[in-house]
Design a protein around this ligand. Structure first.
Ligand code: C2E
Ligand code: MG
Ligand code: MG
Ligand code: MG
Length: 292
């Protein structure tokens, strides 16, 4: 290479860095092959109303069925590609796969709202909304109002005005918007006012510790209060025990997702799961205590 800059030269001659760069490059190539070769999968995790037991929707969660390493979770491969355009191709695959699945469920009489996670780099593309509209058009059996988009609260903070316009444009199509991992992105009240989301998802780390950590309990309560005053829907993630659910219901949060309800599962198991799901009786008996 004739045109090496000083910095690249450094990389070029430092064998350790060079190797690291090469490894990352190879790993990204592997992820691209996974996409092209059809090794990516979506699993679905139900969202339920704990008091009524109603299934309100599903979250689509990405997996990689790796030839040698088995089923990989997003944390094992998405960080490698989140800063590259590959995340856009993966995101569009996820959208199509989820819409296709919704169309099948819908034909079977299951009108489940499905949410997909979209990376910051993807939804901030100038043509994101236009391409989304095109993709939606490929699935005439699905109404846009059945699609929900989850973005990380933290990813919305860096250019609030731009994100606000994207959310508005998606809502104009009928799509709902959720702020994921809420509470971890240091959102202030004024941000929430400027981000016209429909749904807040309380981050699982706060939910996880809320029964033994006062600070996390206060945080969960504050987020629920915030959601109520902004008239947003609030859902708790990472609900792992019946006791967590009872406490959340007392605090005014009825919607939940978590292992005590169901783990993420392949699409073909979802209908059977839904036919058999009954909310724990403690949840059906619990109610919102106004004087918390
Ligand atoms: P997330 O969107 O906040 O999804 C919730 C994560 O918590 C999922 O992990 C889910 O399996 C896990 N979870 C659900 N219930 C419980 C519980 O009761 N206890 C515990 N400990 N965990 C629970 P997963 O599937 O490994 O996904 C991790 C993250 O990867 C997601 O967090 C999301 O940010 C990202 N992700 C997943 N799928 C996609 C995708 O298609 N595209 C993009 N860009 N990101 C994705
Ligand atoms: Mg999510
Ligand atoms: Mg989350
Ligand atoms: Mg998360």
């Amino acid at each position: 290479q004739a045109k090496l800059t000083g910095r690249n030269q450094y990389h070029f001659f430092d064998s350790h860095l060079d190797e690291e760069v090469r490894t990352h490059h190879n790993q990204r190539t592997e992820v691209r092959h996974a996409l092209v070769n059809g090794e990516l999968r979506l699993h679905y995790q139900p969202k339920v109303n704990m008091r009524t037991g109603a299934v309100v929707g599903m979250e689509a969660l990405l997996r990689w069925q790796h030839g040698q390493r088995g089923l990989l979770s997003p944390a094992q491969f998405l960080p490698l590609v989140e800063q590259t355009d590959l995340i856009i191709d993966i995101g569009e695959w996820v959208l199509r796969q989820a819409l296709w699945q919704m169309q099948r469920w819908s034909a079977a009489g299951r009108q489940w709202v499905v949410s997909v996670n979209i990376a910051a780099r993807h939804f901030q593309q100038p043509d994101f909304v236009l391409r989304l509209k095109t993709i939606l058009g490929e699935f005439p059996g699905v109404r846009a109002s059945m699609l929900e988009i989850e973005i990380l609260e933290s990813s919305a903070l860096h250019d609030v005005e731009h994100v606000r316009r994207i959310i508005r444009a998606c809502q104009a199509l009928g799509i709902t918007f959720a702020l994921d991992d809420f509470g971890t992105g240091y959102s202030s009240m004024s941000y929430l006012k400027r981000l016209p989301a429909d749904i807040i998802k309380i981050d699982q780390s706060f939910v996880h510790n809320m029964l033994n950590d006062r600070d996390d309990l206060h945080l969960v309560r504050a987020v629920i209060g915030l959601a109520r005053s902004f008239r947003l829907t609030v859902i708790a993630e990472g609900v792992e025990s019946i006791a967590h659910g009872e406490r959340l219901i007392e605090l005014g949060c009825d919607l939940a997702q978590g292992y005590v309800i169901a783990r993420p599962m392949p699409a073909d198991l979802v209908q059977g799961w839904a036919d058999n799901f009954v909310a724990p009786k403690q949840w059906r008996a619990a109610s919102y205590a106004e004087d918390q």
